[in-house]
Design a binder for this molecule. Structure first.
Ligand code: PDD
Length: 279
């Protein structure tokens, strides 16, 4: 893998950032994960727009203009020599003596480019996943792609420890999203997913799936659903960069369609068309 430490490109295992970077001490920053398929970025512009929105939402001034950032991104990819990869980019509010107010420092942009192991993600896309619902204890600005991922990490690990693949957040009785994905169900041929408001990250994959659904004449309703509605759905799936569209075969102790994800006609159709976009 390759890294950018805010000043130069270097090998990932050689990269270092200062101990007093705001990202370490306060989680004071934002990030994006962008997939590279067959040597080309997928939805780079959409990711960069969200990156700018997240920065703005936390009053963080990006250290470079967008064309320069895109240039750095392309350089990192080129140096990596990778064709199936993921680029991680983050910006922190810089390094300064630890103190809560915004420091008088320059924001630091860092990046990594790593190969993506396609085998494990593709197995899950075929077989589907088991998910566990959990109280959404996160803050109320979930549309910001913030570095503060502790609730996501804790709930993911708890789910894994209990033999599930992932956790699904539930706020006020309504399903919001996964620990690193958005979620949708199909009921009576209609696709339902939580509206893109403050309670969820406005996923790029979610956006692509909704566009595909509309093209395929699948009715789409951006409306939140309950845990019972999820359990009783005809189909359910999560969507995110890297993992892509992953069917849900089990929610807590309940199987969706007896766990037979091959009967998820709409999900399979969306998977097929999603893959056709970049393969
Ligand atoms: N996660 N919701 C949350 C909480 C996420 O962290 C993510 C992405 C998504 C899906 O967004 P997108 O389709 O734009 O990837 C939804 C990334 C992949 C991560 O943290 O690794």
């Amino acid at each position: 893998g390759i890294a950018f430490d805010g000043e130069k490109f270097l090998r990932l295992d050689e990269a270092k950032v200062p101990l007093e970077d705001r990202a370490h001490q306060f989680g004071d920053g934002i990030y994006e994960v962008i997939r590279i398929y067959q040597g080309a970025f997928f939805k780079l512009e959409e990711h960069m727009k969200r990156f700018e929105r997240s920065a703005q939402a936390i009053s963080l001034t990006l250290p470079y203009e967008m064309p320069k950032i895109v240039e750095l991104i392309e350089k990192a990819h080129e140096l990596s020599g990778l064709s199936e990869a993921a680029l991680y980019i983050q910006v922190s509010r810089g390094a300064a003596r630890r103190d809560h107010p915004f420091p008088d420092a320059v924001a630091r942009l860092t990046m990594t480019v790593r190969p993506v192991k396609t085998e494990s993600t593709s197995a899950l896309r075929h077989q589907g996943q088991r998910v566990k619902t959990t109280e959404d204890i996160r803050w109320s600005w979930c549309y910001i792609k913030s570095l503060n991922l502790l609730p996501n990490v804790l709930m993911k690990q708890r789910a894994l420890d209990e033999g599930f693949h992932d956790a699904i957040f539930v706020r006020d009785g309504l399903v919001t999203e996964g620990t690193s994905s958005n979620i949708a169900i199909v009921r009576g041929g209609t696709l339902y997913t939580h509206p893109a408001n403050q309670s969820i990250l406005h996923g790029i994959t979610r956006q692509v799936v909704l566009e595909l659904a509309r093209e395929l004449c699948i009715p789409v309703v951006e409306l939140a659903f309950t845990v019972d509605e999820l359990k009783e759905a005809d189909e359910a799936f999560t969507m995110s960069t890297i993992a892509e569209i992953v069917p849900i075969r089990q929610v807590n102790e309940t199987y969706i369609r007896n766990g037979n994800v091959d009967e998820f006609v709409v999900t399979r159709l969306l998977q097929k068309h999603f893959e056709a976009q970049h393969r």
